[in-house]
Design a protein around this ligand. Structure first.
Ligand code: HAX
Length: 436
């Protein structure tokens, strides 16, 4: 058994025993109550899912195994020759086994993923046969699902695997899928935007550095950006739409190729991960309309008001849980301040941070007027020449795999049940109100 799997096995077996005992002794304890507004309002905030890898606090933001993003920037191992940003390998290790890994651990994991990264030829053939106008996220989902042919879980299940071994097969599938995603995403990028002029992997690089290399964006700074980007987008507890979709699908014992494909379908919606492409599209439309990349505050205010008046949301602002600026926005801002503070689009992102919140607050209904993770990423990517914004959600998806697949390992190791909440109809709601 490999070193990470061994650790995961020990930790998850111990927690499985504890949770069984908790459930047996305190199974009837009431943990939450549900309001009518939550039933009709997208189940906001209802506590109903176990998710070990991270917890989202409305004010503090995301904490991965208890650590904030600034803490992880200090604590997680970096590229050995002077890297400044944390390696996503380290975050996956932390999420999976609740320990900060050593330098040697993350280097082992980089090598392990490199060994597992090969994609079946049939996947490339499938992608090559698709309509030229297909959205990169749709292609990404098809590619993930096409790799399901290699699922160890599905194969072993068909052979009669014991439920005690679900965690093992899920771990193997999760490791293989994570290892392959940068190659799949880079293939899609080069196919759509660079006439299929593909770039070979560099096996000496780490997972994110190699991804940057295969995308074809040169320079150490972009590799650093990818390490940061793929770390901060990795997980946002279990209730967000992509994570929750993965959790639901995987709870049926569909393997992680199918459940992660489902998660990516959720991420592809504009209220969720597609917001990163919507933000930069909206900014570019503004600069085109105004004929300048240095708009005044009054011009920006007018553009925001026009957007709202036309019945649209301001992309990159608001959040279902957060009530403060998103620390993932701040982490990108810190990066931009260090590397590219004179870029006009970056300056517009900072200008929006001043101008948007008072306007949203004045509407009187927006619960969080602050920027979320998607408000910043596009402006930085454009600076490095990655301006094909329809690809942005694929980048987000590569990162999100780390959290949701670590969580899938936990779900199968803990033996969590098939997810099956109760729905009600409006007649029942009205009856409850009348009775009260
Ligand atoms: N611009 C304009 N109006 C907004 C708004 C925004 N950015 N955010 C919320 N509102 C509106 C809602 O549309 C809603 O209006 P109605 O009552 O007329 O329907 C009202 O304010 C209350 O909404 P809320 O309770 O504050 O927000 P929700 O929890 O319902 O929705 C969303 C959260 C993220 C979907 C929402 O803020 C939004 O649409 N934001 C813009 C899209 C976006 O940036 N999405 C990415 C979110 C982060 C993420 O998942 N990244 O992947």
């Amino acid at each position: 058994m490999d070193r990470l799997k061994q650790k995961f096995y020990e930790k998850s077996s111990a927690l499985k025993t504890e949770i069984k005992a908790l459930s047996k002794e305190h199974g009837n304890m009431v943990m939450d109550q549900v309001k009518l507004s939550q039933i009709v309002g997208g189940m906001r905030g209802i506590k109903s899912m176990l998710w070990e890898t991270s917890v989202l606090d409305a004010e503090v933001g995301i904490r991965f195994r208890g650590y904030s993003i600034p803490e992880l920037k200090e604590l997680l191992p970096k590229k050995a020759n002077g890297g400044k940003e944390p390696l996503p390998e380290g975050l996956f290790w932390l999420m999976l086994v609740d320990e900060i890994p050593t330098q040697e651990d993350v280097e082992w994991l980089s090598d392990e993923w490199e060994k597992r990264a090969e994609i079946p030829k049939s996947v490339y053939t499938t992608l090559d046969s698709l309509d030229a106008n297909i959205h990169p996220m749709t292609m990404f989902i098809i590619g993930i699902n096409a790799m399901q042919v290699d699922s160890i879980f599905a194969k072993k299940y068909a052979e009669g695997m014991s439920k005690n071994d679900y965690w093992d097969a899920t771990y193997e599938d999760a490791m293989n899928l994570i290892a392959r995603l940068p190659r799949l995403a880079a293939f899609i990028y080069r196919k759509i935007y660079h006439n299929g002029d593909h770039i070979a992997a560099d096996e000496s690089l780490d997972w994110a550095g190699n991804f940057a290399q295969m995308l074809g964006v040169e320079g150490e700074d972009f590799k650093s950006l990818m390490r940061l980007y793929l770390t901060i987008h990795a997980d946002h507890e279990g209730g967000n739409a992509s994570a929750h979709t993965a959790h639901l699908v995987n709870s049926t014992l569909a393997d992680v190729y199918l459940s992660f494909g489902g998660a990516m379908a959720s991420l592809a919606g504009p209220l969720h991960g597609l917001a990163n492409q919507e933000v930069i599209k909206w900014i570019v439309e503004m600069t085109d309309k105004l004929g300048t990349t240095k708009p005044t505050n009054d011009q920006v205010k007018q553009y925001i008001n026009d957007t709202i008046a036309s019945g649209k949301v301001i992309p990159g602002y608001g959040h279902a849980v957060l009530r403060e600026p998103d620390p993932r926005f701040t982490a990108q801002r810190v990066f931009a301040e260090e590397y590219i503070k004179d870029n006009d689009f970056v300056k517009i992102v900072w200008q929006l941070f001043e101008v948007v919140p008072p306007i949203l607050t004045a509407l009187g209904k927006v619960k969080n007027p602050w920027p979320n993770v998607d408000a910043h990423s596009g402006a930085i990517l454009v600076n490095y020449g990655l301006d094909q914004y329809t690809f942005y959600t694929v980048l987000f998806g590569v990162s999100r795999a780390l959290g949701v697949l670590a969580a899938s390992c936990w779900s199968r190791a803990l033996g969590l049940s098939l997810e099956r909440p109760k729905s009600v109809n409006s007649k029942w709601l009205k009856e409850q109100v009348n009775k009260a």
